[in-house]
Design a protein. Structure first.
Length: 362
């Protein structure tokens, strides 16, 4: 494949096609109002991305319940009061010619009580003194994901991306280590994946025929088992329950360290599945035109751009203009980010990421 292949359109099972192979990864940036209402900073950031040439832009992780919050100033979609701000974001993305998705998030046992979060563990043994969610509470959270997707549709988003990664609630339920439940949501992998599948199926039923559903999956930590996740992914693909799978790898070149797939690239464990109509993309250190192109060769339909898109808002346009484009070396100065248009809130957030903002820069 060549760099020009990154600019070929990609149809999705529902709704409009992606105009190219670049998707903006979800990026928490802690700049919303304390009530989760989108701020002028959220709007400004999205407007910058909207003009950047991406085929699809995901929002940051967005709370489906007030109690599911993980981060200060996290964007919310759990109340109708969030609709006007979200509509502004959706309109800006559409005006730039891209598709849009809200990333739906509930922090599960990692909800932060200092921010009004209510830790919601799958198991009673995860957090001292906090009981496992009852079956009814699990169903309520499932329904909150579905209600949030409806709100995303009302706000004018093309779809949602269901956050099933990084130990947050859906990933937590998938893990045999964090999920010791004995009800229909625990035990076998079929039961542990039930919450994810019910969320996805519920969204499909509640939203219109053009509404797009993505699912983000990670395989590292939290006691997750790669073989099981592959099985669940195979089922989701076979049943064509989603439009796209977003594989959240911290390094898209990651090699499997143990188990039956030891020595294989993590990506190949998933690209080797029969994906039917489902599209597959990966995130993780995609910082150059060359690496993005390689991932198409490795079987991805599209790529997700994270940090490279913070460094350069219009990464796809940069690649279009220069097939040898490479991101600036890290760390960068705060002033570099400021000049690019990043707000002080976002820069403060980025100071928390290792080796991103130069520690001496003010
Ligand atoms: C500042 C920052 C915020 C992030 N926020 C989210 C998030 O809200 N939801 C999520 O699923 N992943 C989040 N991630 C992970 C990214 O979406 C992406 O998967 C990861 O950074 C790897 O891609 P990259 O190497 O291109 O940055 C975040 C990453 C960064 C750097």
């Amino acid at each position: 494949m060549s760099v020009s292949d990154l600019f070929k359109p990609l149809s999705l099972m529902h709704g409009p096609a992606m105009r190219n192979r670049f998707m903006m990864a979800p990026l928490t940036n802690q700049q919303s109002g304390v009530d989760g209402i989108a701020s002028e900073f959220d709007q400004d950031w999205i407007e910058q991305l909207a003009q950047g040439g991406y085929a699809l832009i995901q929002t940051c992780a967005t709370t489906v319940e007030a109690g599911g919050i993980a981060f200060a100033r996290q964007l919310g979609i759990h109340h109708d009061d969030h609709l006007p701000g979200l509509s502004g974001m959706a309109s800006a993305i559409r005006a730039g010619g891209g598709l849009s998705a809200v990333q739906l998030h509930h922090a599960g046992h990692r909800a932060n009580p200092r921010l009004g979060g209510i830790p919601a563990p799958a198991s009673g043994s995860t957090l001292p003194g906090i009981r496992a969610l009852t079956t009814e509470q699990v169903e309520r959270i499932r329904d909150s994901f579905i209600a949030a997707a409806r709100r995303a549709e009302l706000a004018g988003f093309d779809g949602v991306a269901v956050h099933g990664a990084f130990g947050w609630i859906l990933s937590e339920f998938m893990s045999p280590y964090l999920n010791e439940r004995t009800d229909k949501y625990g035990g076998s992998i079929e039961n542990r994946s039930r919450l994810t599948i019910e969320v996805i199926e519920g969204i499909r039923r509640a939203c219109g025929p053009d509404f797009q559903i993505g699912w983000r999956l990670s395989v590292e930590r939290y006691g997750l088992r790669l073989e099981e996740l592959r099985e669940v992914t195979a089922e989701i693909m076979t049943r064509e329950l989603i439009d796209y799978l977003d594989l959240a790898l911290w390094d898209s070149a990651q090699v499997v360290a143990e188990g039956v797939f030891r020595g294989k690239s993590m990506l190949s464990v998933f690209t080797s599945l029969d994906r039917r109509g489902v599209r597959l993309g990966a995130a993780g250190k995609i910082m150059s035109a060359q690496r993005a192109t390689q991932l198409l060769d490795e079987g991805c339909d599209f790529v997700l751009i994270g940090r490279a898109g913070i460094l350069q808002r219009d990464f796809p346009l940069q690649v279009l203009a220069n097939p040898r484009y490479d991101s600036p070396a890290l760390p960068v100065t705060a002033d570099y980010l400021r000049r690019g248009g990043l707000s002080e809130r976002f820069i403060t957030h980025m100071r928390g990421w290792p080796a991103f903002v130069h520690p001496d820069s003010v």
